[in-house]
Write a protein that binds this ligand. Structure first.
Ligand SMILES: Nc1ncnc2c1ncn2[C@@H]1O[C@H](COP(=O)(O)OP(=O)(O)OP(=O)(O)O)[C@@H](O)[C@H]1O
Ligand SMILES: [Mg+2]
Length: 432
């Protein structure tokens, strides 16, 4: 397995996608599982049991995974939505010593970030461009990340890296660093747009989240043109901002809405350029709303900058997409995570650096308790709904821990065998 990269995991409200590439960029394994509504909401795991079950299903579908002696799957990279991340970008004083950078960055960040540092997992990274030293503080609320770490641990998956979505987009959509100039990635999703500002090292330096996205574009058409939601969504996707469809009024209405929207993106660019004194010469648009017809040329005209649509395929061997059914733009995040050959290189962008490694041998009881599997009512609930071999293994582990010396694996196998024989005798007796 040495020729394979870490497994990238992209969690959204609708699905969990997992991708493993080899070091050349060929897909080794790709799977996804659908999540029913309410399991993940606004970047939070709401229903932990269902989330863990989905992870179990995903990893059993993946098959080719590195597993250690305790059955723990390892080498997995996850990213969190940018809206969960609090970052602060600054320029370091010319004469600052490397050893003083951390204190300087923390002092600056503390004034801006709306939480106490004790309640955050934080990290920071620095870069240098034309002699100017830049630093980016990144943080996530402990409560937000702990839920993910616990859910993955419950599914016996050890996370190697947790970063932000923009980090993953930088990996899949930007060229190998050093880039020719600073650039911007716009992730225009359903409810939010993330403006990511990157320096020539191709990792996010600053990010700004606007609470607007494709859903708002659709709602604007509903309101202004009196369309149903379904009609508005389909006309938005069909006509977009393309003025050759002017008779439909859709492009005009969308352009009207997008004017102030692009102004906010321009403000973000000005803010960044004022600090760095370097122009942003390239914009890449990602997220589902990047597929809006003529979105790229509209933003390019208004921002007077080159704009291209996200194309993660360029980084894949033979341009083979992991999932042929899904537009390539929507696979940018999982591809970006899976492209990384060595996450040590990005240890300063890893939120897990500040989390004690999970001790799985000590944790097995907690894991079981967290999954709710140890109570008898939990067992009956599972039998009623669908008991899977993976669950049986967990119950055996729990009972073995509770009553050491008793071989519950053997006992449960015998019980199942007796039940099968009993069922066979019962069926045969019905015939004679
Ligand atoms: N072909 C298309 N043309 C135009 N818009 C599209 C197209 N396909 C999807 N979209 C829009 O993309 C949006 C969803 O994008 P995406 O999947 O990136 O969002 P998300 O990541 O789930 O949301 P968020 O980032 O806000 O949490 C929807 O508003 C949808 O209407
Ligand atoms: Mg998104």
């Amino acid at each position: 397995m040495k020729n394979n990269n870490v497994i990238g995991i992209d969690v959204s409200e609708a699905s969990i996608k997992a991708l493993q590439l080899d070091i050349e960029g060929t897909t080794v394994a790709y799977e996804s599982v659908k999540l029913t509504s309410g399991i993940v909401k606004n970047g939070n795991i709401v229903d932990e049991n269902s989330f863990v079950n989905a992870l179990d299903e995903l990893f059993s579908k993946m098959g080719l995974i590195d597993v250690d002696d305790d059955g723990v799957k390892y080498g997995v990279a996850l990213c969190l939505p940018e809206s969960k991340i609090f970052s602060h970008f600054c320029v370091l004083p010319d004469n600052i010593k490397d050893s003083d950078s951390e204190a300087f960055v923390l002092q600056k960040a503390e004034k801006i970030i709306p939480f106490k540092l004790d309640n955050l997992y934080w990290n920071f990274h620095t870069s240098e461009e034309d002699g100017i030293k830049r630093a980016t503080f990144i943080s996530v609320r402990k409560d937000d990340l702990d839920v993910f770490v616990k859910a993955f641990a419950t599914a016996k998956v050890e996370l190697a890296f947790v970063g932000g979505e923009l980090f993953a987009l930088g990996q899949s959509l930007l060229q190998e660093p050093p880039l020719k100039s600073d650039c911007m990635i716009l992730d225009i999703g359903a409810y939010t747009t993330t403006i990511g500002l990157f320096s020539i090292d191709a990792v996010p330096n600053a990010s700004i989240v606007i609470k607007e996205g494709g859903e708002h574009f659709t709602r604007h058409l509903v309101e202004k043109l009196g369309l149903t939601y379904g009609e508005a969504e389909s006309q938005k996707r069909h006509y977009g901002l393309d003025t050759s469809n002017q008779e439909t009024e859709v492009p005009q209405m969308l352009r009207e809405y997008m004017g102030p929207f692009v102004d906010k993106i321009r403000e973000a660019r000005n803010f960044f350029e004022n600090i760095t004194r370097h122009p942003i010469e390239q914009i890449v648009i990602a997220g589902g709303s990047a597929l809006l017809p003529k979105m790229d040329s509209f933003i390019s005209e208004r921002m007077e900058t080159n704009v291209s649509i996200a194309d993660p395929m360029k980084k894949l061997k033979g341009y083979e997409l992991p999932d042929k059914e899904v537009p390539s733009v929507l696979q940018s995040v999982v591809i970006g995570l899976a492209l990384v050959k060595d996450y040590e290189v990005f240890s300063n962008l890893n939120f897990l650096k500040k989390i004690k490694r999970v001790d799985f041998s000590e944790m097995s009881k907690d894991i079981i308790s967290a999954s709710g599997a140890h109570s008898l009512s939990g067992l009956f609930h599972k039998i009623k709904h669908k008991l899977r071999p993976a669950d049986l293994r967990v119950y055996c582990m729990y009972l073995t821990k509770k009553f050491p010396g008793v071989n519950f694996k053997l006992i449960s196998t015998m019980v199942l065998l007796l039940m099968a024989i009993g069922f066979l005798i019962f069926t045969v007796s019905k015939y004679f």
